[in-house]
Design a protein around this ligand. Structure first.
Ligand SMILES: [Zn+2]
Length: 309
C-alpha cells in the first residue's frame, strides 16, 4: 500500500498568494523554475486526485491549516499585504467526503489563536468526520511545542482520542516564522511526558536532520516524515542519511514518505525513492535501501499508524 502521509491543498480565498509565495519562492528561485500557478490559483482538487491515481498512490493524508491572526506577507515591499492564511478543518472534511477511497482528513488547531476552544474542536473533528490526526504549526503560530500550558492539553486530548500529533518541527522560509520554535529537540519533553502518544516530526526536522534522527532513535513513539526534505535535498545526501539512520535507532519502521504537495507532485516524489536512490546506490557502490524498509516508508508505516492495513 502506497500512502502519502503529508499533503496540502490551498484555496486562493483563504491563503494569501503572498503567504504561499513567501513559503515557496526561495526553493523555486534556486531551482530556476517558475512558481507553479497552484500557488496563486489554489489547488485544482480533481487534477490533484488524478495525479495521485496516475502515480499509483492508494491514500493521501490531507492537512488542514489552523487559522491565525492576520500577518504581513510578501517579499517585495511594494506589494506586501496583510492577510490570514488557513485551510479549514471542514473544507478538508468536504474534500475527503468527495474522495473517500483516496483521502484521509487531518485537522489542525492553533492554541495561540483559538484558545481553549481547540479541545472541543478536536473532539468535533474526530466525531463528525473522522479526522485521523491533528497537525500543529508551532513556528507559524509563534509557540513552542513544549509549551506546557498551551500544548499539554492538546497532547492529552490526542491521546484520549487515539490520534497521532503531527508537528511542523522544521525550517520554513516564511519570514514571520521564528526559527527558535523550529527545533526537533523541542519534541523531546513531549515524547518523555506522553510516551504512548504517536508523534510525527514533519519534514525530517530539516535542516536539523540529525537532531530528528536522534529524537526518533531515543523515543519509540516518535516518527519523522520525508516531505519537503527529500524534494529539496541532494539525492546523494538523502541516500547517505537514510542509510545511516538505523545506526542511531531511527529504523525504517519510523520514517514516513510524504510529498508536502504541492511542493512535490506524487509521481516525481515516488521516483526519488524508487528510481533515483537505487540508481545512485549502484553508481556509488553503496548498499541500496532494503526493500522491506522502502515498503514501510512508502506506506507500510502509515497503514499501521492509521489502521489501514
Ligand atoms: Zn506541510
Amino acid at each position: 500500500m502506497i500512502i502519502d502521509s503529508h499533503a496540502h491543498v490551498s484555496r486562493s480565498d483563504w491563503s494569501s498568494p503572498k503567504f504561499l509565495e513567501e513559503v515557496i519562492e526561495p526553493a523555486v528561485r534556486a531551482s530556476g523554475e517558475p512558481i507553479s500557478p497552484v500557488v496563486y490559483e489554489g489547488t485544482d482538487i480533481p487534477a490533484m486526485m488524478e495525479a495521485y491515481r496516475t502515480a499509483g498512490v492508494d491514500r493521501v493524508l490531507l492537512y488542514a491549516v489552523a487559522p491565525r491572526e492576520p500577518k504581513t506577507f510578501g517579499r517585495d515591499p511594494a506589494t506586501r499585504e496583510i492577510a490570514g492564511a488557513h485551510v479549514s478543518n471542514d473544507y478538508i472534511a468536504d474534500v475527503c467526503r468527495q474522495y473517500p477511497e483516496q483521502t484521509l482528513p487531518v485537522m489542525s488547531v492553533n492554541p495561540r489563536y483559538e484558545g481553549d476552544t481547540v479541545l472541543g474542536e478536536m473532539e468535533r473533528c474526530v466525531r463528525e468526520f473522522g479526522a485521523r490526526a491533528v497537525k500543529l504549526y508551532p513556528t507559524y503560530n509563534h509557540f513552542s511545542p513544549d509549551d506546557r500550558e498551551l500544548c499539554w492539553p492538546i497532547y492529552a486530548k490526542a491521546l484520549e482520542l487515539g490520534i497521532p500529533v503531527i508537528v511542523h518541527q522544521s525550517w520554513t522560509t516564511l519570514v514571520d516564522a521564528p526559527m527558535k520554535f523550529q527545533r526537533p529537540a523541542q519534541l523531546d519533553d513531549v515524547a518523555r511526558d506522553f510516551r504512548d502518544l504517536t508523534i510525527i516530526c514533519a519534514h525530517f526536522g530539516v535542516p536539523w536532520i540529525e537532531e530528528a534522527m536522534c529524537l526518533v532513535g531515543k523515543h519509540t513513539n516518535v516518527y519523522v516524515d520525508t516531505s519537503y526534505w527529500a524534494t529539496i535535498e541532494d539525492p546523494e545526501i538523502v541516500l547517505r542519511h537514510l542509510l545511516r539512520c538505523p545506526r542511531y535507532g531511527c529504523t525504517y519502521d519510523r520514517i514516513l514518505w510524504g510529498t508536502d504537495f504541492p511542493v512535490s507532485p506524487p509521481g516525481p516524489s515516488l521516483a526519488i525513492f524508487r528510481e533515483t536512490l537505487p540508481a545512485l546506490a549502484a553508481k556509488l557502490g553503496l548498499d541500496p535501501l532494503p526493500a522491506e524498509g522502502l515498503d514501510l516508508m512508502l506506506g507500510g508505516n502509515a497503514a499501521r499508524i492509521y489502521g489501514l492495513a
